[in-house]
Design a binder for this molecule. Structure first.
Ligand code: SF4
Length: 281
């Protein structure tokens, strides 16, 4: 067994949320720069250049990339040979979030209850925490600051086997089309397929943790991701929704076995500001 102090989780969560909010993933910055060359509309090129400049200022001045600094999502994979010493990991995660959002001057966006008490919790807690027990003696932490203009445009649907791959493609592209300018495009599109309705949603969030320029290890899904990206970029929504070619930077799919009666699909829409960061303890 390897002993890890829970305090180390708090420190990592604190630093990762600052990093995610100030410094966009290098692959996204590169994709935006390359998109300027590919964009066909003047307004679209202008938006993309503004986004590049915004990333540069945020990184160098240590300012939030966007005013909506998101809900704090944390994915924690705990090796089964890890012995955690200290308080509950969830307590440490929330303390890390609290410190990052308070000391880092990041907007606090969480309310106490979705229906009956929409008072701000004042520190962006509680985090949305997913934990998994995995092999090994390490803890893998990933955080995501998930904006909600785009989250509000996410959709899920229980398709049936008769809908087939074409039904899945149609639902994903329909979701991107309906979202229009509301996701602050160019978007990152996370797709979860399989499992149950809730598992597909979780997969769609994990899909967004992948680097923008990577290739799916399964050639069938790699091809599907590429096809959906090309079709998304024929919708004409364009950067900022002002029309143009670059509606999406990437479509990322994660899949899981499912029931014979169903094809659960969840599409999590994410803006260009797909802020995430990872560390292994
Ligand atoms: S959708 Fe993204 S870029 Fe747009 S306001 Fe929300 S967090 Fe910011």
């Amino acid at each position: 067994m390897r002993k890890i102090q829970v305090q180390a989780i708090e420190e990592a969560v604190y630093e990762l949320f600052l990093q995610a909010n100030y410094s966009i993933e290098p692959g996204i910055e590169k994709a935006i720069t390359e998109a300027v060359e590919q964009e066909t509309s003047d307004a679209g090129r202008f938006v993309l250049k503004q986004l590049s400049e915004n990333y540069r200022i945020a990184r160098t001045e240590k300012m939030a990339i966007c005013q909506d600094t998101g809900a704090s999502m944390v994915f924690m994979d705990i090796g089964q040979e890890v012995y955690l010493e200290g308080e509950l990991p969830e307590t440490a995660v929330n303390r890390g979030v609290r410190r990052a959002y308070t000391e880092g001057f990041l907007r606090k966006s969480m309310v106490k209850d979705p229906l009956f008490d929409r008072t701000n919790t004042g520190d962006n807690t509680p985090a949305i925490l997913y934990t998994r027990i995995v092999e090994g003696d390490r803890i893998s932490l990933s955080v995501a600051a998930k904006g909600f203009g785009c989250e509000n445009m996410s959709r899920t649907k229980m398709l049936v086997p008769g809908d087939g791959i074409d039904g899945v493609k149609d639902f994903i592209l329909e979701t991107i089309r309906i979202a229009g300018p509301n996701t602050c495009p160019p978007s990152l599109v996370g797709v979860g397929i399989g499992g149950t309705i809730d598992y597909a949603a979780m997969l769609s969030k994990r899909a967004l943790l992948r680097p923008v320029g990577d290739t799916h290890p399964d050639a069938r899904y790699a091809q599907l991701e590429q096809e959906l990206l090309e079709k998304a970029n024929q919708l004409g929504i364009g950067p900022g929704g002002y029309g143009g070619k670059m509606t999406a930077l990437a479509v990322k799919i994660e899949s899981y076995p499912t029931h014979i009666a169903s094809i659960p699909v969840c599409v999590t829409m994410c803006c260009h500001a797909s802020r995430h960061a990872s560390r292994v303890l």
